[in-house]
Write a protein that binds this ligand. Sequence first.
Ligand code: ADP
Length: 627
Amino acid sequence: MMQCLSISPRADLIVKPRLLRHLSLILLFLLLVLGCGYAGYHISDRAGIRALAENGERQLELNARAVESEITKYTYLPSLLELEGNVSRLLLAPTAYRRHHVNQYLAGLNERSGSLAIYVLDPDGRVIATSNWEQADSYLGEDLSFRAYYQDAIEGRPGRFYGIGSTTGEPGYYLAHGLRDGKRIIGVAVVKVRLDALEERWQRALLEAYVSDENGIIILASDPMVRLKAVRPLDDATKERLARSLQYHWAALEELQLFNRSPLDDGIEQVSFATAGTPTNYLLQTRRLEDTPWHLTLLSPLQEQRSAAMIHGMLAAVAAALLAFLLIAWNERRKVIATRLAAREALQAANDELERKIAERTADLQASNERLQAEVREREQAETTLRKAQDELVQAGKLAVIGQMSTSIAHELNQPLAALRTLSGNTVRFLQRGALDVASSNLQNIGELVDRMGKITGSLRAFARRAGDSGEASLGQAVDAAVLLLHPRLQRTSMTIHRDYLHPEQDDVRLAIEQIRLEQILVNLISNALDAMRDQVDRQLWLSGSAEADCYRLEVRDNGPGIAPETRAHLFEPFFTTKPGEQGLGLGLTLSASLAAAAGGSLTVRHPDEGGTAFVLTLPYPREPQP
Ligand code: ADP
């Protein structure tokens, strides 16, 4: 519980900055995407509007020229009537005949020029002659002195006027000219033309445009709905004045509802207004028409351009998102590569460290190997020295045994020598007496005695000889040789030797040891048994052999007094002896054990319960010769 309490605040501290970092990254990403989207939209919108404005400018110019030429086409027409003498005459002295004549002339002229009507007003503003004199709604006799064009023309200014006919209710463009007689204005000639053709042309070209007059009233429009609407607010005085002038007949002159007007450039505005219910955005471009107080306005819908800008904005947002993802992916990849590089470097460092350690360890190993080799060499040297010493010891032991035996050997040799002396003396005497038989028998005995002495010295020589570690021995021969060597002692101290070692299937047992060495071991063991049993009457020695799995086991047991427990542990120690004076050197068992070990066998001691001592000699069999 304590642990939980102490750990949880730290976990919070670790988690929070990471969460905050992630959240701020997401926020940044969203801001970037939205920002780029907006920038894309804005730039595209700006460029789109600029392109639309440039195109609109051209369209405006073209259409303005078209409107101007349509209007100026008729400007000369009213002034033409000044040249017509009939018209002047009618104005100066009106008669029915003259009126009729002028009426016919005006009708013909109107037909040819394609205008709506051509008529002449007297100085009071009354229609004196007209092209439509024959029609029911003829202007003839009508007082048009209230019309602005009349007032301008009578004062010598060109009358230009758009209005709706007070008689016909038909909209038209009025061009008036003051007709002079000399310097005096005697009347006004008026031509009324229709401008519907322009509207039709705009409609066909799917162009949204209108022409507003000096009062701000739309007089021509591609959309009939906006016709006779005010493009700017009209104050009450103006409204009243216009109503009185009947310029627009009885039209309500409502204001054209323009929303969100925002001026972009000189003569360019961005507006939205509803024509058929839904408000639409337009680029509004206006240009004044030459020689008139009118303005041509072109409306370019912004819908398509706005959609394109929207798409561009979205594309920019998508591109930004893609770029951000690419950047994130690149960053992640960079991180992965950096981690991999760091791991590779760490691995390299670990590898270098390992190689350095291996080199160090190898050097150590080499050093210790050299040390070991030196030690091995030392050991080998020591072994050689030891072996040499052992050989020397063996030799010394043998010589010691021989030394020990020297008294008995001398005795052994002295006996036949004494016998030889006696026999040879007797033989000389028998030869002198001529007793050749006895002499010959004596000589034979002498020969036998010499043979025996030769055998004794031969075995002594063989015993004293140095021998090697390898070789092969016959157990039977070795026992015989040992017994022969110890014969003098055995004669003095009788001992029954029980031989129970022969191989059941063979006459002999072959063992892997030098013959002399085996003899030496046996001499030592038998001689020790003899020494131990010196003071007893019944002396028995059992030589019993048994074939083990991989070696031969020979037990040399006596019925002597056995070995005291306190001396048992020291038996195989060099120079350990219980024998008094110079009788014992304490090397016999040590040498015998080392000879057995050198041959790959062993020498141990057993203390039988029934008494006596048993030495157990194990030796390997000689190796079978390889085929
Ligand atoms: P040494 O014969 O010169 O004393 P050994 O090494 O041959 O030296 O013998 C060591 C001692 O072992 C002897 O002094 C003796 O006390 C004891 N020993 C050896 N063989 C026997 C035996 N068969 N019975 C009793 N004691 C023995």
